[in-house]
Design a protein around this ligand. Structure first.
Ligand SMILES: *Cc1c(COP(=O)(O)O)cnc(C)c1O
Length: 397
């Protein structure tokens, strides 16, 4: 156990069984995701808001709440520290007290996948992984390729043949080994498993290792800081594998534990998971009152980040949606493409279809009254629209 970080151990998200954090590990004995646990009292003693204020505004500013030992160099490409932009015109049009866009498009590799991969690749390297692998139909591959290049490890990326050109190109430019698979993302995942078994690669698939969530968590830490240690009423998030949702919820719990959230203001955000009509297992499970999701058959959507027919962290997401009085909602591809154009034109961000999906969902939730005019809302633009040329050209409008 590294004694020069605040990390203490890992625990199974399902059973609570504890695991040491001193070696490479994927999932628990129960086959479930592992949660990273910290000595939060130690964090509170080491870090305060004044110290934080002296640090550069990026992901690694939160070093005490991240797993990498303090004496190990952070492999950064400048991830995190993204703007929380007030969208005044859009907010007025929607009749909202306050609307913000957290713009993750400005991360390295053009999406928030950079946050998760920065931390996961750093930990994999530190713990001695010989090579890294991931299945990807979108932004995860490029982010892994970039951070693997940064630390000097080989990356093996398996992509469906119809992956957008930009996603494939960025992997190849970063020197990753890209294999195009004649099949779906599930077929790519099978190839990754086989490669890991045969060659000893380390699998960095969503929630199949503990540390991508920790990187994504910093989105929640940043929102709290940007709102002066208050939290918004509603967070609208485009949900695929769920690392962002799970990470932000964990971030708020940790900030509360170290006493950084305004105690007067007991408010905690209601989380909204937005999915595509063509792939919405969490929306279906939420509506059915189920604790786990059923695999979505024939999953299809132009929003590559949302094309996750079965997520290993489904039970964690569903629990978060219920315990925060949140909800889950699906939008069509045509709606998200149209809304991505609106979001870009109304705010200046370069919106991806997933970001558009959040705006389309917000409109529906305003119409139904679920989001009230007094609510302060944060919606996420999770990546750059520039990586989705095919989707915007595809006539889905
Ligand atoms: C991966 C991805 C998502 C979904 O992210 P999760 O946190 O894994 O649910 C959303 N948007 C974009 C652009 C993505 O690349």
């Amino acid at each position: 156990m590294p004694d020069n970080s605040c990390l203490t151990h890992l625990s199974c998200w399902k059973t609570g069984k504890q695991y040491d954090a001193d070696r490479l590990i994927n999932v628990s004995d129960a086959g479930k995701p592992l949660r990273v646990e910290y000595d939060l009292r130690g964090v509170a003693e080491t870090l305060d808001r004044d110290i934080l204020a002296t640090r550069p505004r990026n992901l690694w500013a939160w070093r005490e709440l991240l797993p990498l030992p303090f004496d190990i160099e952070c492999p950064t490409l400048g991830e995190g520290g993204t703007p929380l932009l007030e969208a005044e015109r859009l907010g007025r049009e929607l009749g909202l007290r306050r609307l913000y866009v957290k713009d993750e498009a400005v991360n390295p590799t053009g999406s928030f996948k950079a946050r998760g991969m920065a931390v996961a690749v750093a930990m994999a390297k530190y713990l001695g992984a010989p090579a890294l692998a991931v299945p990807s139909a979108g932004n995860a591959g490029g982010a892994l390729a970039a951070y693997a290049a940064r630390v000097g490890l080989a990356a093996h990326i398996f992509m469906p043949q119809d992956v957008p050109a930009a996603n494939r190109l960025e992997c190849e430019l970063a020197g990753a080994h890209v294999t195009l698979v004649d099949g779906l993302i599930t077929d790519c995942a099978a190839r990754v498993r086989a490669g890991c078994a045969e060659h000893g690669w380390f699998d960095l698939s969503t929630l199949k290792e503990p540390y991508r969530v920790e990187g994504k968590k910093t989105m929640g830490l940043e929102i709290a800081r940007q709102l002066d240690w208050n939290l918004p009423d509603v967070i609208i998030y485009p949900t695929g594998g769920g690392t962002g949702l799970v990470g932000m919820h964990k971030a708020f719990a940790e900030l509360e534990a170290i006493g950084w959230l305004d105690a007067q203001q007991a408010k905690r955000p209601r989380f909204v998971a937005v999915q595509a009509e063509g792939c919405c297992p969490i929306v279906s499970a939420f509506a059915a009152g189920a604790d786990e999701a059923v695999e979505h058959e024939n999953a299809h959507t132009v929003a590559a980040g949302l094309r996750v027919p079965k997520a290993i962290g489904d039970f964690i997401m569903l629990d978060i949606l219920r315990s925060t009085n949140g909800t889950a909602i699906a939008v069509s591809d045509a709606e998200m493409i149209r809304a991505a154009r609106e979001l870009s034109a109304a705010t200046g961000v370069c919106a991806c279809p997933e970001g558009g999906a959040c705006l389309a969902a917000l409109r529906k939730l305003r119409d139904s009254g679920w989001v009230r005019d007094s609510d302060e809302v944060v919606l996420f633009n999770t990546g750059s629209g520039l990586k989705y040329a095919e989707a915007f050209a595809g006539g889905t409008t």
